[in-house]
Design a protein around this ligand. Sequence first.
Ligand SMILES: [Fe+2]
Ligand SMILES: [Fe+2]
Length: 168
Amino acid sequence: MIGKPIEKALNEQTHAEFYSFYLYLSVSSYFTDLHLDGFASWMEVQAQEELGHALKLFHHVQERGGRPHLTAIDEPTRDWTSPAEAVKAVLEHEKHISGRINKLADLASAEKDHATSVLLHWYISEQVEEEATADRLYHQVAMVQESPQGLLMLDRELAGRGVTAAEG
Ligand SMILES: [Fe+2]
Ligand SMILES: [Fe+2]
């Protein structure tokens, strides 16, 4: 049976992951608007991944005898001044999520909730990947910012991220 503080914290994290889904989808639509379809598709795949992160927590709460609490999701930013700024927003958001996951892991340890600790190990590793990926993408976009050719080349490369990548 899940303890109340952990149930509440996991429900809040479920909400944060749903917000991530919204944010990536918003960034995706920003890139579609710029006709950078590779970026848009990459962001949509990432949005699907975030949905998976939210559902994994949602199911964990249920499996442990708790009850998910779905609260309203804030409207994400809709426009950015440049592709680099949009990717920077994603990077900053992932850093914020990593901080949240680390605090959750502290709470699970303090509450001696080993099942949640094991689940959170997956999220801790996932955040290492998410931050590294967003950081690399941000630097690459910033590098080609002034070059339409560079941006188009990167766009084509990003189009290669298939839907199957949405698993981790
Ligand atoms: Fe996530
Ligand atoms: Fe990932």
